[in-house]
Every structure is written in C-alpha cells, then in structure tokens.
Ligand binder design. Structure first.
Ligand SMILES: Nc1ncnc2c1ncn2[C@@H]1O[C@H](COP(=O)(O)OP(=O)(O)OP(=O)(O)O)[C@@H](O)[C@H]1O
Ligand SMILES: [Mg+2]
Length: 340
C-alpha cells in the first residue's frame, strides 16, 4: 500500500486522509509559538491549552487565513507536525495531494509546494477545491454533463461548475462561517453592550444559528440562548438572551455574496451545462453549509435542487483522497494553470 496522502489545509481545520479514504488527522489549523523565537511549540487541539497555561510567553497563531498561507515558515513547521501526527515517519517521504483554492495563483501553489516538500513530502500535486468537493460528493465529474458544488468553509467559499473532469466556471470568495461568528460578536456588543470572547460567539452561532434551529422569529420552540460576558459600559459580568432572529442578519451577510457568486457562475456557464444543473442540482458542503437557511437561500436564488453533504467539512479531503488513485497522471503541481 502506498503512503500517498490527501491534505486539506483549511482556514479552521486541517485534515489528512489516505488513499482508502480513512481520515488520519483532523485538527484545528492553529499553532502555539514561542513569543520570542517564534518556534512552534504545539499545534491543533493542544495549542490553546499551552497558550493559556503560559500567559504571554506563548502566542496562538493561524497560519492559514481565507484559505491562503499567510506565514510560510510557520506553515512549514505546522506541516511537519501534521505529517507526523498523520502517522508518517520522517523517512517515509509521502506523496501529497493538496487541495487548493480554484483561484490559487502560481505563487501560492509554489509556496505550498515548497512548504510541503520541506516538511518531508517527496512529490506534491494539487487538486482544486471544487473538484475535490465534487469527488467527495460522489459525482461522476468526468462525464460531459455539468455539475455544481458550493463549499462554504470557515474563511473561504469555493464555487465551481464542472464537466469533463474539470472546472468550467469557478469562484473563490474570501468569506466563510468565521465571518458570521465575527458579525455576531459585533452584534452582541452593539445591540446588547455585551462583550464576549470569540469562542463564545462561535458557540452562540452553533447553538442558535445552525440548521435544525427553527427559523421562527419568536416561536416558543426557538432555541433562545443565555449568553454571558461583560457589560461594555463598566466591565461587570452581564448576560443577555439571544434568539435565532438576532443571528439571522449575520448569516445573511455571508449568504448574500455566496448566492450572488453562485448565480454568476451558473450564468457564465454554457447554456447546455446550466441546463444540466436543473436536473443534477447543486452539491453543498463545508462547515458553513450547516448554518440555518444557507441551503434554502441558495436553492431559492439559483432555482436548483440543493443536495447537502453527509460530512460537509470532510467532503474536500475525502474527495482528494479518491483522487489519489490518479496521482501519477495528475499534472505537475506548480505548473497547473491558475483559474479565476
Ligand atoms: N454545526 C455547525 N453550525 C454552524 N457552523 C458550523 C457548524 N460546524 C462547523 N461550522 C463552522 O464551519 C466552519 C468550518 O468549516 P470547514 O471545516 O469546512 O472550514 P475549513 O475547511 O477549515 O475552512 P476553509 O475551507 O474556509 O479554508 C467554522 O467556521 C465553523 O464554525
Ligand atoms: Mg475547507
């Protein structure tokens, strides 16, 4: 059995799978670094605990923002740990198939290629995120009939119309579910004068803004939630009760550009393919697809049936894992033509 690996270095979560589709690693894309030397001390779930135990001396950093490497040296150190934690020995030198944004430039691809090689990869190939998502959704993308995917991640949204094994139109947006968390934090502060940690805002979105939460404004079953924090005016402990209606405008702020870009992708696809989509529908994935109303809003704006992924956040890495079987015939990674 080969030791080929599929990698999805997500803005929120890093995932690694093998050619059999087994998930080898799923850890937050966060590292704890020494504040002075910037040496990596921990990554993933272990990082926040280390940072809080060593106040000041250790900083938490996220080397991937909006789907792009923002700190290449740190990403390289992170990838060393990722490969190790995925069970790869330093001597094994795996071949790695990494997901990249459809819009990733030559320079961005080369940066990831180099970081992976320095981390121990023997060979690197790339699969564009929407292609990986389509494969992860089980679509027969090599067919001439068109298909469409929308992946709403933490920091990016990737949209693609595919046919004959490749992207026909695509869009990469720098928005994702993390923006909803930020918007909710701002809303709590402005509307209720309640100051909360980012983690609290995420929890509020999960508990009151996820699908399954009734969309009613004041329905008795609506999961109203008591949120505690500090009052902005005087810093005193303070709690307010929020409802799904409080959260909805923040979700709308994410959905609006996603819907506009999806409609744009459909209208710039050849008419035959656009027609295929009426039957095939659109395949929705990414953790952000679990936000309340996202699927319905995309369905009504595009007029397409929307299919939700079974494991939305893992769709891309599992699709890339399927693609490992064709590693030998994939184009050399850094020469692949960037797309819009
Ligand atoms: N049940 C849920 N309800 C609402 N939001 C969720 C839920 N589960 C995950 N999320 C959100 O989805 C995002 C994570 O999605 P995902 O794992 O697809 O992102 P990623 O692949 O790391 O990021 P990206 O693809 O943007 O680089 C986070 O912002 C998280 O808060
Ligand atoms: Mg993702």
């Amino acid at each position: 059995m080969s030791n080929d690996l599929a990698l999805d270095l997500g803005s929120a979560t890093t995932r690694v799978a093998d050619a059999r589709g087994a998930l080898l690693l799923e850890e937050p894309t966060v590292v704890a670094v020494d504040a002075d030397s910037r040496r990596l001390l921990a990554f993933g779930r272990g990082a926040p605990a280390l940072a809080s135990a060593t106040a000041g001396r250790v900083r938490l950093e996220r080397p991937v923002r909006h789907g792009q490497l923002v700190d290449i040296a740190l990403a390289e150190e992170l990838l060393v740990e990722v490969l190790r934690a995925a069970g790869v020995s330093r001597l094994a030198h795996p071949r790695v198939l990494a997901c990249v944004q459809a819009s990733a430039t030559h320079v961005q691809r080369r940066a990831l290629d180099r970081a992976l090689r320095r981390a121990g990869a023997r060979q690197v190939r790339f699969v564009e995120h929407p292609v990986a998502c389509a494969l992860g959704a089980g679509l027969a993308i090599e067919e001439p009939t068109g298909s469409m995917v929308v992946d709403v991640g933490a920091g990016t949204t990737e949209i693609g119309v595919l046919a004959l094994g490749g992207l026909v139109t695509s869009a990469s947006l720098s928005v994702g579910a993390d923006d909803v968390d930020d918007a909710v934090r701002l809303m709590l502060s402005r509307r209720y004068d309640l100051v909360v940690d980012p983690g609290v805002a995420t929890e509020v979105v999960r508990r009151t803004g996820a699908d399954g939460a009734p969309p009613a404004d004041d329905g008795t079953d609506a999961p109203h939630l008591e949120v505690t924090g500090r009052r902005g005016a005087d810093g005193a402990p303070y709690a307010v009760v929020v409802s799904p209606a409080d959260i909805r405008p923040s979700i709308d702020g994410l959905v609006a550009p996603v819907v506009a870009a999806a409609v744009d992708c459909i209208s710039s696809a050849p008419p035959d393919l656009a027609n295929d989509l009426l039957g095939a529908g659109l395949h929705l994935s990414g953790g952000g697809s679990l936000l309340a109303g996202v699927a319905q809003r995309i369905a009504s704006a595009t007029g397409l049936p929307v299919h939700a992924a079974r494991e939305p956040s893992r769709t891309a890495v599992l699709g890339a894992a399927r693609c490992l079987a064709t590693f030998d015939v994939l184009g050399a990674s850094v020469t692949a033509a960037p797309r819009r």
